[in-house]
Design a protein around this ligand. Structure first.
Ligand code: FAD
Length: 380
């Protein structure tokens, strides 16, 4: 397929990376979003995102993350901005529920990705400010860290424009037959890639209503103690605490110590809810900090963010054609972990849209079922 007209609907990380890849292949691409790319309603917004290789026993996502790491580093050099900060990453395996982490170790080793298994006494020696209660072991990945989420997305969008891409500030809607239209007229393109993240569920309610679930995520940033560098990037890794479950990113460039307590019960109205962290989330966050980072419990919360993730039943991404329309590709189902794979996902989606390959069965709509935590690639 050469120089076809592609429409990419949704300018989050999936849309922008797909648009850049299609453009690189010589296609004409129009990107649509109702707000300026980088806007704070999108799941890709915010300061940073964790990136780490461990995906339990799953080799494909482990390999994708490692490949994406190289791509982010290449983009960093090409675009002249920092995208990836390798702070190291610490995964904590919960006592009696460490199947996922145990399976990750041989997978990482098979793929040649550096990772060290650490016992609780070793963890306590290395990070004495943390409480390792109920931890069976840790996995330290020296090349894990964080991506500057908003920065990379906005830069990607700017590069897309500089290379001749078109951006239209509007939100195409779906008809009852789940076709795309703008102001009552069909969206004209040879292929349409829909990368609208959590919004995809509402747009394709008939097809995706029972497959996707949208969950609110409350993020808080706590000030490190005055004069302390313990919690800074450089001294502190990003961490994932599957047992609790929670995860976070060290303080950097004046942003506080980020902690997210994964809470799967909160709904969000994507278009009308105020994005202000609720009282319950503050309480849960403080409880977590007092448990794992006791010194931080008395520190003030200095920033907050309300975000959302869209989950598939098995946490595999959804990258497939619409079942009724062979000109529409659905690209999302990020399940709280698609940002880190951004450049690889962009290339993969472009490959589906241009007919270079068919989606792997794990990404198709058919037969989506739940997995146990032990099998889930994201560990959720
Ligand atoms: C708190 C939090 C922490 C996370 N941590 C991590 C992490 O550590 N590592 C990781 O890899 N991932 C993480 N994620 C997940 C990751 O950020 C998301 O999965 C990813 O950014 C989703 O990207 P997206 O492009 O699919 O969706 P979005 O970024 O939400 O983009 C969708 C876009 O579509 C637009 N849109 C909606 N409807 C329409 C329409 N009709 N027409 C046109 N445009 C439309 C929206 O305005 C939006 O800009 C986290 C998410 C959250 C919320």
């Amino acid at each position: 397929m050469a120089a076809d007209r592609f429409a990419v609907v949704g300018a989050g990380i999936v849309g922008v990376m797909t648009a850049l890849e299609l453009q690189k292949q010589g296609h004409s691409v129009t990107l649509y979003d109702g707000w300026e790319p980088g806007h704070t309603r999108a799941a890709s917004s915010g300061i940073h995102r964790v990136t780490r290789s461990a995906h339990g026993a799953d080799e494909l996502y482990t390999r994708w993350q490692w490949e994406a790491r190289m791509r982010w580093l290449e983009l960093q050099a090409e675009w002249g901005i920092e995208i990836l900060r390798e702070t190291g990453g610490l995964l904590l395996a919960e006592s009696g529920r460490s199947q996922w982490e145990s399976a990750a170790i041989p997978t990482l080793s098979r793929l040649g990705i550096p990772a060290i298994k650490m016992s609780p006494p070793e963890l306590a020696t290395r990070w004495p400010h943390m409480n390792f209660q109920r931890v069976e072991f840790g996995i330290y990945e020296p090349h894990a860290g964080f991506l500057w989420a908003n920065r990379a997305l906005v830069k990607g969008y700017q590069v897309f424009l500089q290379r001749g891409g078109t951006f239209v500030r509007t939100r195409p809607r779906t008809t009852p037959a789940e076709r795309l239209e703008i102001d009552g007229k069909p969206l004209a393109a040879d292929r349409i890639i829909v990368a609208t993240g959590s919004w995809m569920r509402e747009m394709f309610r008939r097809t995706l209503g029972s497959v996707l679930k949208v969950i609110r995520q409350d993020v808080i940033f706590t000030s490190p103690p005055e004069g302390s560098t313990t919690y800074d990037a450089g001294n502190h890794p990003v961490w994932i605490d599957h047992g609790y479950p929670g995860y976070g990113i060290p303080a950097v460039e004046g942003h506080g110590f980020k902690a997210v307590i994964a809470w799967h019960e909160s709904d969000i109205d994507l278009d009308s809810d105020d994005r202000v962290v609720d009282r319950g989330a503050l309480v849960r966050s403080r409880q977590y900090l007092s448990y794992r980072f006791p010194e931080l419990v008395a520190q003030p919360i200095t920033d907050q963010k309300v975000c959302h993730i869209v989950m598939t039943p098995d946490t595999h991404f959804l990258l497939d054609f619409h079942p009724d329309h062979d000109d529409i590709v659905l690209a999302g189902g990020g399940s709280g972990s698609i940002y880190k794979h951004g450049p690889v996902v962009g290339e993969y989606v472009a490959g589906i849209a241009t007919g270079r390959w068919a989606p792997d069965s794990r990404f198709t709509l058919e037969g989506r079922q739940g997995l146990s935590l032990g099998e889930s690639p994201t560990g959720r």
